[in-house]
Design a protein around this ligand. Structure first.
Ligand SMILES: NC(=O)c1ccc[n+]([C@@H]2O[C@H](COP(=O)([O-])OP(=O)(O)OC[C@H]3O[C@@H](n4cnc5c(N)ncnc54)[C@H](OP(=O)(O)O)[C@@H]3O)[C@@H](O)[C@H]2O)c1
Length: 265
């Protein structure tokens, strides 16, 4: 068995799909350990030949993805301890590599990551941090797993809260921008449906341009802003209302909240 995914919920399922679709693994290389019977049935129904089991058994697999909720982390770690596991990639928010290492003991390598919700459509942005025993080969392995559902960048573990504040919470910031643009369209006279379609498609189109041209956001912004034109007038108003500073404060607030939640956990 190439990989066991512990927790077959939203994130576990996204990784499962990504790993199969990217060709990193075939269905028979993977096993999902999932508490909920209904969820196991759904997974086995969705992936022909998939093995979904209730409990991790001795020697089931050496490489593990831990994708249970942070509050279930301790139980899930004790479930796999001393059962032949060699390497763990955790996607659990706020659970440190040190905590996992303490439970699993000195022979288990731990890598931690913080993906975000677009993993569900293969476009996550993930920060990834090595535990005390992880080698470059372990980082490479963890990156391959995560890159089946998007992009992964290495950061020191101490910056995981910053990753949470930026990309973890980031999709909601962009959703808010789309909502606000649609509202603005209504204010300047468009009907709500038209404004919503235009705002949404503008966001998707801008994202695709970033992706497909590989140019920086700044270069693209400059390229579409003619001096004294309509876009320049709109951007000047955003600057006047200090929108950049508002985003800085949003990321700072989300980062601080992540630190607080980590302490509470
Ligand atoms: N979803 C996201 O966008 C996202 C983004 C970044 C990070 N993450 C992280 O990913 C992790 C999973 O999130 P999620 O949204 O996928 O949660 P989820 O949908 O609740 O999935 C977790 C699954 O694990 C099962 N489970 C709990 N304890 C278990 C155990 N000991 N052994 C096996 N299965 C167990 C749960 O079953 P029951 O429901 O029966 O308890 C549930 O089906 C979390 O730690 C979260 O911080 C998620």
């Amino acid at each position: 068995m190439k990989l066991a995914i512990i927790g077959g919920g939203r994130m576990g399922n996204a990784l499962l799909r990504g790993l199969i679709n990217s060709g990193w693994a075939s269905v028979s290389d993977l096993v999902v350990v999932e508490m909920s019977e209904a969820q196991r049935d759904r997974l086995e129904g969705g992936y022909h030949g998939l093995n979904a089991v209730r409990q991790f058994s001795q020697g089931l697999c050496e490489d593990i993805v831990l994708a249970v909720k942070p509050q279930d982390a301790e139980v899930a770690c004790y479930d796999i301890a001393s059962k032949g596991v060699k390497r763990v990639l955790s996607v659990m928010a706020g659970v440190t590599t040190e905590t996992i290492e303490k439970i699993l003991g000195p022979d288990v390598v731990v890598v931690r990551s913080m993906p975000n919700i677009p993993a569900l459509v293969g476009h996550c942005a993930a920060g990834i941090a090595c535990g005390s025993k992880a080698t470059p080969a372990d980082l490479d392995w963890a990156s391959q797993v995560l890159e089946s559902v998007g992009k992964a960048v290495e950061v020191p573990e101490v910056l995981m809260d910053a990753v949470t504040g930026l990309s973890g919470s980031g999709p909601a910031y962009f959703f808010l921008v789309v909502e606000a643009l649609a509202e603005a369209g209504v204010k300047v006279g468009l009907d709500r449906e038209t404004a919503t379609v235009l705002a949404r498609q503008t966001f998707i189109g801008a994202a695709r341009l970033l992706e497909e041209t590989g140019e920086s956001a700044e270069d693209l912004r400059i390229a579409v802003t003619s001096p004294a034109g309509t876009t320049a007038a709109g951007l000047a108003k955003l600057d006047e209302r200090q929108v950049r500073e508002a985003f800085v404060q949003a990321v700072e607030a989300a980062t601080s909240r992540s630190i607080e939640l980590g302490k509470e956990g």
